[in-house]
Design a protein around this ligand. Sequence first.
Ligand code: ADP
Ligand code: MG
Length: 690
Amino acid sequence: MAFQLLDSIQFVPGVGPKRAKLLNKLGVKTVKDLLFYFPRDYLSKISDKHIADLKINDIASVKGRITGFDTKGNRFQKQQFRVFISDGTGYITLMWFRPSPWLIKQFEVGKEIIILGRIQYYYNKLCVIHPDFEIVQEKEKKSFWVEQDILPLYPLTEGISNKVLRKIVKNVLSQKLFLDETLPEYIRQTKQLIPLNEALHKIHIPDSEKDIAVSRKRFVFEELFFLELMLARKKVNWHKASGYSMELKKTYTTKLKRALPYILTDAQKRVLNEIVEDMKSPHQMNRLLQGDVGSGKTIISIFAMLLAIENGFQAAIMAPTEILATQHYFSLREFLKNFGLRVELLLGGVYAGKQNIKEAIENGKVDIVIGTHSLIQKDVNFHKLGMIVIDEQHRFGVMQRLSFTQKGYTPDKLIMSATPIPRSLALTVYGDLDVSVIDELPPYKKEIYTNWITASKKAQVYEFITKQLKMGRQVYVVCPLVEESEKSDLRDATNTYKELQSTIFKDFKVGLLHGRMHNQEKDEIMFDFKEHKIDVLVSTTVIEVGIDVPNATIMMIEHAERFGLSQLHQLRGRVGRGAYKSYCVLVAYEPISEEAMIRLNTLKETNDGFRISEVDLELRGPGEFFGTKQSGLPAFRIANIVRDRQILEDARKLAFKIIQNDYNLDDEKNSELKQKYRKYYLKRERLFSY
Ligand code: ADP
Ligand code: MG
């Protein structure tokens, strides 16, 4: 039976309408879609691993014989299904919780089985929980997949098993449909990539580990390469986009320079220079400003805004949350109090005075506006917006970054991230932007001695804190929650405050700060802490950004095992801002997961935010790292930008070189690229365009 690439998957032998529906759910609508539905992993029968050689935490493929199985638990407990296998060198237990009858039915003592999974210890036995497995069907007639040494494992949905998918894939591949090559020969040659049709075959039906490696490499490269082509074109577009040419008029900017109580670091000077040059040019600035916590990004962004203002423009700051916007507002107003500029805060929702502020913005009476994405709402109009600072915190996406331009403004944009962005993300999510990096900390910034302890050792920490308090220093105690909740026994800020105030620190002044307080109340507390009217500030994570108290030398974080790595680093950055040696004590409560342990140890070992963000990305993966799906992070079919970082660098270099010489891919030798680009990427590029 013949079918074509673009035919519905339904007409492939072995599919039919019912399975076609399920496959559609997986995004497989056509025959071609199926070819590009890649295995997530493989089971190998030729694994030479013996059970006796397995190490804990290995992801291993092993072959053995089923020696028995049992079911434990009843309908009140979590049911456990265990299968015991042996390969002559040792035993291993496979374990499933809440097994389906269909799963249990498959096992038979004496049968040979291959498994794939992470080796663990459970009650002193080697074990694999919920492994991938394949029972070797000896009795069956010899058929294609029985003969194959390596079996693909696909992402599945209920009703579609690996066996079914393999059969369908095999049926499609045996048709030898020919797909047009999408990578030009000269690229395949220099990058040593196999042809498309060969790669498609090998990725589904590999005969060896090498087949898997070479086919994967081809597709990973291709995926990243086309993304980078798009980013390269976007970057060229940014550079062509007309904006405003600012002039260094040296009014407000010079005034700020004179008012600074310190001198800028060399890195700050260099970065400021890059920004000023960019703002002077007639094109729009689209620049990412990177630097570790405390490297002094804020002051740089204020310079940039003042440059726009001295050229007769308005400037704005867009923050990811109202709390952060409010904090920016108060610190900026304080900072610029002698400048005679009007700084306003614009929040979401309806409140008294908002209409007046909006009118003042529209009439050009407001110089700097601070807000959240409320700033890009339809009814907010600027008189002459020339500069926008986007405080990203990894939360805004490309789309929002662009909405200003969609409103018809062409401001220069400075995108700031609270903690350093790992290189792999800087090359993808932010890959179209110019980048300025502050790679030096101000001289006052000291290493913060960091350690972590289990909760049982807290008494010693309190003793140490008391000593520091007696020396005249101040302390932060950070808790994960505001108030006690019935469901959780986490140490909440309110109770911790009450307890510390009445017992351990009763001779000192203890204060409480959390996000549910009114702004004015919060300000008063922060002010009192700054003025040293408070010794110990118990707080939720609202202190993450904003306050700067050089006399505070200890940060104690309760339930540190619950916080993300970058967030802990960010919190820690609140101390170590003065002349005194500073400390961060992370208090962890059992059970402490392995991953939490890595986080805690990483903080103990290093103060380098760039390194910390790399570890964070590795632990959480790109999607989680950004926190939302709206991150602008493209969905990758096969590439993993952390693991495939080298290929990413390589693909980017080539893509940028090609676009530099042949923006429209008109060159004959790039015709394959042009075809695929127009079909799949041009629309995406326009979506992100201005
Ligand atoms: P970031 O936003 O990069 O985390 P900030 O801009 O908040 O860092 O700066 C942290 C602190 O360092 C602020 O109190 C700021 O006034 C101070 N600061 C910035 N630059 C310098 C410098 N060159 N020398 C001394 N202190 C500085
Ligand atoms: Mg800052």
